[in-house]
Design a protein around this ligand. Sequence first.
Ligand code: MLT
Length: 408
Amino acid sequence: MALINENYQKLKAGYLFPEIGKRVREYSAKKSSRNIIRLGIGDVTLPLSPSIVKAIQDAALEMGTMEGFKGYGPEQGYPFLIEGIIKNEYNTRNISLDSDEVFVSDGSKCDTGNIQEIFDANCKVATTDPVYPVYVDTNVMAGRTEEAFDDGRYAGIIYMPCLEENDFLPEFPGNKPDIIYLCYPNNPTGTTMTKETLKGWVDYAKKNKAVILFDAAYEAFITEPNIPHSIYEIEGAKEVAIEFRSFSKTAGFTGTRCAFTIVPKEVVGYTRDGETVPLNPLWNRRQTTKFNGVSYVIQKAAAACYSEQGKKEIQKNINYYMENAKIIKESLSKLGYKVYGAINAPYIWLKTTDNLSSWEFFDKVLHTVQVVGTPGSGFGASGEGYFRLSAFGSKENVLEAMDRFKSL
Ligand code: MLT
């Protein structure tokens, strides 16, 4: 008898974004209203920039020749991309890394979801609340939780509420975690952590022999100084942190798929007997067994992001999205909304009005002004009463959406 993994039955509702998509489809099937403006999922809308397209074309042509054809590549990524990553993302911030500390992958969603496999099933997991749902759901699937409570929280997870009162920054949990997920700049709140605050987390992890899983997918959107782009800007972080980075939002690769994860040789876990074990070989073993690498063509495309021209083109797109973020933040603030984020991240986190729940506000915005956002409660119980707008739409749509909000 093929018994199922019953942990899947603990999962609440569907994954957030398909659920939103379903509600929007149901609404648009019933009503033939004006166009719906989608500022829900954080999916990029600008086309791939010319340097990236050229790299894809060149690599595809190369693959069509006897000399240039490539079969399986290294599971960890091609050296040309790994060198580009180390030089441009880390050496520029005085961080040194060896090439075997970088693992190229097809996305941070997969990596942040898969990384928990290298930890014991009994590890205590701490996440911020609200949180990118992948961190929690993958731990539910792996059996690290009990059933969910009515508010959607799972027994067994240590939730660290991030609210207006604490500037959306987690406080050190009293109940000691073994694994700590942090995402900064933050999805969904769009807020950030200073170097001093992050240093506190590195020290906390060291003291408690915990590992920080640091998702920095939005670091390219930072505009203010003293906000760390990488956790390894903090002294000692290599001993306790794994970092996830992505080309998805930075360079428009949500459909193209390329990301990377840094597992320093210093970062360790422990056996039940207390023996110290480096995590780098474990992740390498996991990837070489379950992953065959990102295609050569796409890794060439990612490497093109580091050419002088590529860098300019990518920055132009990032500026475009951040201009949208500014428009949304300013427009909604003028209308009297309490608005957060949008300065170092492409997300705007706002408080719903009239004490509406997140889903009530979602419905009101969809039905009244035909704009799609993301209900804050979809990111966790502490997101209740909040709503997220993404800055990844077109400027025209953002302006139109803000105009429509006036009549909400
Ligand atoms: C989001 O909207 O939170 C992101 O697009 C989800 C993702 O990156 O997978």
